[in-house]
Design a protein around this ligand. Structure first.
Ligand code: RP5
Length: 217
């Protein structure tokens, strides 16, 4: 059991080092012992142990921004997919129209806070992704929310950016939110071998599920 727990911790640390570029060997042996004892005693997951809480690797790498709380049912698909892949993320509501200053402030500070990809979902006259992209060099992925016009208005206003400020636009609705997360993970995976393997495993599992489908006849 001890061995198993130590192996889990080593695996977790390797993954954190990979994501953050941090050398976790800098964490003192006594801190590791404390963490191990704490985890062993409480059964907490290793992601919540003491030194992880104070280390930069737990910082979100992807932000999921949505124009309204009413977008959550769609955008939760992005959050859930990133969670499934183990990609640290944060989600919040910001509106290009209703909170323009806060939106710009978020976008300007995003890279310095350690974020590496921003996913922005909005509906109707959907300027959110474009406005965020205007204030940051980070890749911005737009998700058009299904709207009163079936999301066509959202799609066009997110995708049709004039040359110079790109927004990588995904499909309308839930599929777009899920794919935005997968694309964000793929961008991060270009410099994270562990995440690349996780993504490849996700694809394999998906293929197996399709191939094992039994039709009702
Ligand atoms: C957009 O307006 C939001 O992204 C949302 O999709 C749409 C409607 O917002 P609510 O009126 O539901 O807040 O800004």
């Amino acid at each position: 059991m001890l061995n198993e727990a130590l192996q889990r911790n080593a695996k977790h640390e390797a993954r954190l080092s990979n994501i953050s570029g941090c050398d976790l060997s800098a964490v003192s042996e006594s801190q590791r012992f404390l963490d191990f004892a704490w985890n062993d005693r409480t059964g907490w997951p290793f992601t919540e142990n003491l030194y992880n809480l104070s280390m930069p690797e737990s910082k979100p790498l992807v932000a999921i921004i949505m124009g309204s709380k009413s977008d959550w049912d769609t955008m939760r698909n992005a959050v859930e997919t990133l969670d499934e892949l183990g990609v640290p993320n944060e989600a919040r509501v910001l509106s290009a129209h209703r909170t323009p200053d806060a939106t710009a402030e978020f976008a300007r500070g995003a890279a310095d806070r350690g974020l590496r990809v921003i996913i922005a979902g909005a509906g109707g006259a959907a300027h959110l992704a474009g406005v965020i992209a205007a204030h940051t060099w980070l890749p911005v992925l737009g998700v058009p929310i299904q709207s009163k016009l079936q999301g066509l208005d959202s799609l066009l206003s997110t995708a049709q950016m004039p040359g110079g400020i790109p927004v990588g636009t995904l499909a309308i609705g839930e599929a777009g939110a899920k794919n935005a997360a997968l694309l964000a993970a793929a961008i991060l995976a270009t410099s994270d071998d562990t995440l690349r393997q996780t993504l490849q495993a996700f694809r394999r599992k998906q293929s197996e599920a399709v191939l094992s489908v039994k039709l009702p006849r």
